[in-house]
Design a protein around this ligand. Structure first.
Ligand SMILES: [Zn+2]
Length: 289
């Protein structure tokens, strides 16, 4: 039976193979099933992202672990799957490890660097003991992270080295990326920052947040420069919303049994699958499981 795995091995393979593993954030059963089935169809490793807000929405971390483990078995999922806390607080990381998540992110980017180092150090020790993976962040990612608005700053490469050297599994560094929609006048990713971070952090797998709306050529270049994990959230939400809106606007919910949630949520489910497939192929992780 398939079990959740740490993200360490899949990300090291991705780094060496010059592709990236997608982290797709989940919100409910449909989301989770859509991501898992698509990863299995494409024989791709995958990371299920859960923000603290989404964890609360899904009735708590233990509920999420139970649902995901149940699906791994019932859907016969054979590809490597990590269940990962996205932008966790220190307490959130502890709670998720306790509930059975196989990976956590501690986002200490809003703390002074010394406090970020102190808390990350503790979590490195704990996750190593448990055999789980840990993501740390340096330099806030632009846009909204569960209510916190960042400006899309670029991380300080020396601070990246300090956090990376603590022994985290993977490192998220701000390189001008933004969560959610990118503004018209967005200057693009700072490859100069990415190259400096890479030079300081050696072979540490790097994480690119805010994967929605970054042009394909920039995604590919980021992967070539050491990005091994790319987070996608908003794009699946848009796909779901667009398909659900069309279903309602076409009056399909009013015909026959169209009100049945298994029908009503069907087009949105298919749209998430299509988006995940497109991203997995763009990131190059298909066939790598
Ligand atoms: Zn993020």
């Amino acid at each position: 039976m398939a079990t959740l795995v740490s993200a360490k091995e899949m990300l090291e393979k991705a780094r060496d193979g010059k592709y990236a593993v997608g982290q797709f954030n989940i919100n409910n059963l449909e989301w989770t099933k859509a991501v898992l089935l698509t990863a299995e169809e494409l024989k791709s490793p995958v990371i299920l992202g859960v923000s603290e807000g989404a964890g609360k929405y899904m009735a708590g971390y233990k509920t999420v672990v139970g649902m995901v483990n149940g699906m791994l078995e019932s859907l016969n999922i054979t590809v490597p799957v990590a269940l990962h806390l996205d932008h966790g607080s220190y307490q959130g990381a502890l709670d998720c490890l306790d509930a059975g998540f196989s990976s956590v992110m501690f986002d200490g980017s809003h703390f002074p660097i010394d406090e970020n180092i102190a808390k990350t150090t503790e979590l490195v020790a704990l996750t190593k003991k448990l055999g789980r993976s840990l993501e740390a962040e340096v330099g806030s990612i632009g846009g909204e992270e569960d209510g916190v608005i960042g400006a899309g700053e670029c991380a300080d490469p020396d601070e990246c080295k300090k956090i990376s050297d603590l022994g985290v599994t993977m490192l998220a560094a701000g390189i001008g990326n933004i969560h959610g929609a990118y503004p018209e006048n967005w200057p693009g990713l700072s490859f100069e920052t990415l190259e400096k971070v890479k030079a300081k952090t050696g072979d540490k797998p790097l994480v690119l947040h805010g994967g929605t709306g970054i042009p394909e050529d920039q995604i590919k270049k980021a992967i070539s420069l050491g990005v091994a994990k790319i987070n996608v959230n908003t794009e699946c939400q848009w796909a779901f919303q667009k398909a659900t809106r069309k279903y309602i606007e076409d009056g399909k919910d009013l015909k026959g049994k169209g009100f049945d949630p298994r029908k009503l949520l069907g087009p949105g489910f298919d749209a998430i699958k299509a988006t995940v497939k497109e991203k997995i192929e763009l990131f190059g992780s298909n066939g790598k499981a």
